[in-house]
Design a protein around this ligand. Structure first.
Ligand code: NOJ
Ligand code: CA
Length: 709
């Protein structure tokens, strides 16, 4: 009975062997699901010990088996040959408060899986991977723990794969190492061709070495699922672009490099990489609701930041972009037609004491608390086109026609704070040398915010705006700023990766094709679909200094340019595009006696809560936000080049309150091309029981103020 023949023994052993193998696999295959179970990440090692992961949403595979690894300069690649030493899971649920933001409270609820890996062979290097599963997406990051024999790593590339399972409709900009100021393209994933966009005469710098895209990059699948790929907490590391394999629908991380240093990242151990993130939503509007990116950052490091107040601001700015004033004080052309510093005032300088006072007066009368002044300091004679830009800008010396102390004092008397401007002309070493002095000057004057700029190719040569060296520069400015109670609004920045949670003084940034392109871009400015795409791409990363509010839409001084929106859409942008600083960018004289300007006077900049009411990527979006303290609500809706009806259910309003409602809508004959100024402004009866349909014309918009009574 107990006789076991050879064959049975063989089968038993086989079964046993199989069991052992599958057991080992089972231990290695570790999984974590989001709190509701909607998103699941599974980690495993391939047969040859390659770290791999799979992501499922609603039990559908959305990222199929994808490998993770690194190439180094001073070590062999990390690719395969790993074993799983241990793993653990945990749940975290916390609520934190934004000092200012799209909403007051943010819930941070996720399940985490940590896998601790070690190479089988000497030198048995260690690598840990952290996975976090949220209901609104997933994130993972690598940790290089302290270990014997490895002090530092020089990363030549990170090879994180995202094996997609569908040829998604994709909204993308090229994986430019120097600038994000591209128009979005809408194509299938398989049709992405970033290299075709290399020539762009609208950009002061651009470098697109691969067929890659920048993030956030957003996609929509057949089922209506939406994915947006990005990164969170980009610290002491290179920015990540995503290389696209159009044939296999695979994305692979492609870090921004440094031609000067010959690598992508250099770090001493231990260190962690930024989080690689995927926001996952069943409908487009949920992407805007998602707080994944800020949640994957560390809590506020600065403590009390009440020295900064969210505000609307005006600026000596648009007049330079439309060409009626200049940043410089004394540029003239010599006999050969070259621009030279004449040393004498040419009379078109925008940043004069007198002009600044004019802006301050207007702001003070109109509930606007900040005035930005560009072109106030010496150096602009050597700005664009000059190769040798180091040592040119001076961040403390005003031009002779600008009395800094006087305008600051004048503003203070009227409740208006000057916003400092530091154009570095992409010479960060010069800026760093003067940072302390420049920020001390600001502190002594009680100036709490600065707009920085980095136009041009980075000096030193071989560095790019989005590489590790510049990532560290931008961070230094943030940290130094915090020491002096200064908030930073960076133009030509590194992308937002949710650091505003840790450093709330990272108030806003550009990092997209802003309003300025409407003034001068040779392609006729931003098309009407631009902002309905931005709301679901760039805006997922964080606050945008888009600078809305052009009223003189046809730009009489610019023959070939106009704003490709209606006036009602310019108003709607104050609600749709989030930023704790919102510019009213047009000239004071263009706002005088304009009934529509009342919306800009009234609209809030800091929100208790946000409701994304409706939207589709690239088509339209409607958002309602409740202002902190006042309980006033504001609604903004924008559409692309197609007219459409939007039905709004006002059930978000407090049923116990009454509101004084004013609707600013496109007139019946409005159109962004021919009649952008046709606007209807009317009082309305709106309460929490109201449902109403509004017409948006081509390139149009809708803005509603609901002032709590
Ligand atoms: C580019 C910025 O985006 C723009 O707002 C600014 O006026 C110029 N640089 C000058 O600094
Ligand atoms: Ca810019």
């Amino acid at each position: 009975m107990n006789r076991i023949n050879n064959r049975t023994l063989y089968l038993l052993l086989m079964a046993f062997g199989f069991l052992v193998v599958s057991c080992a696999n089972e231990e290695a295959a570790t999984e974590v699901s989001s709190p509701t179970g909607i998103n699941t990440i599974s980690f495993h090692l391939s047969a040859d010990g390659k770290p791999q992961y799979v992501v499922k949403h609603n039990n559908e595979v959305i990222v199929d088996t994808s490998s993770m690894g690194f190439d180094f300069k001073n070590h062999p690649s990390m690719e395969a040959g790993f074993k799983l030493v241990s793993s653990s899971t945990s749940e975290t649920k916390e609520t934190w408060e934004m000092p200012w933001g799209e909403q007051r409270e943010v819930v941070n609820h996720y399940n985490e899986l940590v896998v601790n890996l070690e190479e089988n062979k000497a030198p048995k290097r260690k690598l840990n991977i952290y996975f976090k599963a949220y209901n609104d997406g997933i994130g993972f990051r690598y940790e290089f723990p302290e270990q014997e024999g490895v002090d530092s790593l020089v990363i030549m590339d990170e090879n994180t794969e995202f094996q997609l399972t569908e040829d998604y409709t994709t909204w993308w900009i090229p994986g430019d190492w120097d600038i994000y100021e591209h128009l979005y393209n809408t194509t299938k994933l398989s049709e992405i061709n970033a290299l075709a966009l290399v020539d762009n005469d609208n950009l002061a710098q651009t470098s697109i070495p691969e067929n890659a895209v920048n993030t956030p990059v957003t996609m929509r699948g057949q089922s209506g699922i939406h994915l947006s790929f990005h990164e969170a907490n980009l610290t002491d590391y290179a920015g990540m672009t995503l290389k696209v394999d159009t044939k296999t629908q695979k994305l692979t991380s492609e870090l921004v490099g440094s031609d000067r240093l010959g690598y992508k990242v250099k770090r001493a151990l231990p260190f962690v990489t930024p989080w690689r993130t995927i926001q996952i939503a069943d409908k487009a509007t949920e992407l805007i609701d998602s707080k994944l990116i800020v949640n994957l950052n560390e809590p506020n490091k600065l403590g009390d930041v009440s020295w900064f107040d969210p505000k609307k601001y005006m600026g000596i700015w648009w007049e330079m972009h439309i060409g009626t004033a200049s940043w410089d004080y004394g540029m003239t052309r010599d006999n050969d037609g070259n621009w030279v510093d004449s040393g004498k005032a040419h009379g078109r300088h925008g940043a004069t004491t007198e002009n600044t006072k004019r802006y301050i007066d207007f702001a003070a009368r109109n509930n606007i608390k900040g005035v930005l002044v560009e072109g106030w300091n010496t150096g602009w004679e050597h700005w664009i086109g000059f190769e040798d830009r180091e040592g040119v800008f001076d961040f403390v010396t005003p031009y002779p026609d600008y009395d800094l102390q006087e305008v600051v004092k004048y503003g203070k008397e009227k409740g208006v704070e000057i916003i400092m401007h530091h154009e570095t002309s992409a010479a960060p070493r010069t800026y760093e040398q003067q940072l302390d002095t420049a920020f001390r000057l600001m502190e002594s004057l009680g100036i709490h915010s600065v707009k920085t700029g980095y136009v041009g190719k980075i000096i030193p040569k071989g560095e790019y705006h989005h590489g590790q060296w510049m990532v560290n520069h931008y961070r230094k400015v943030l940290e130094k700023g915090a020491e002096h109670q200064i908030a930073i609004n960076a133009h030509e920045p590194i992308k937002a990766t949710g650091l505003r949670r840790t450093y709330p003084n990272a108030i806003a940034r550009e990092g997209l094709r802003g309003q300025e392109f409407n003034a001068w871009a040779s392609d006729g400015g931003n098309p009407p679909e631009h902002l309905p795409i931005v709301a679901f791409t760039r805006m997922l990363a964080g606050p945008i200094d888009f600078t809305p509010g052009v009223f003189d839409i046809s730009l009489p001084t610019k023959e070939n340019n106009q704003i490709n929106t209606t006036l009602a859409q310019q108003l709607a942008l104050y609600v749709v595009v989030y930023s704790p600083i919102q510019m009213a960018c047009d000239l004071p004289q263009n706002y005088e006696n304009q009934p529509a300007f009342q919306f800009i006077r009234d609209v809030g900049v800091d929100w208790e809560q946000t409701k994304v009411l409706a939207g589709e990527v690239g088509d339209f979006v409607a958002i309602a936000r409740e202002e902190r303290e006042t309980g006033n609500w504001f609604v903004g809706a924008i559409t692309d080049e197609k007219k459409r009806d939007i039905t709004i259910n006002f059930d978000f309003l407090d049923p116990d309150k009454t509101y004084k409602a004013v609707v600013y809508r496109d007139g019946d004959n409005a159109h962004y091309r021919n009649s952008p100024l046709d606007i209807v402004i009317e009082a309305a009866e709106i309460n929490s029981g109201t449902t109403q349909t509004f017409k948006l014309v081509a390139g149009g918009g809708l803005a509603i103020s609901l002032i709590a009574e």
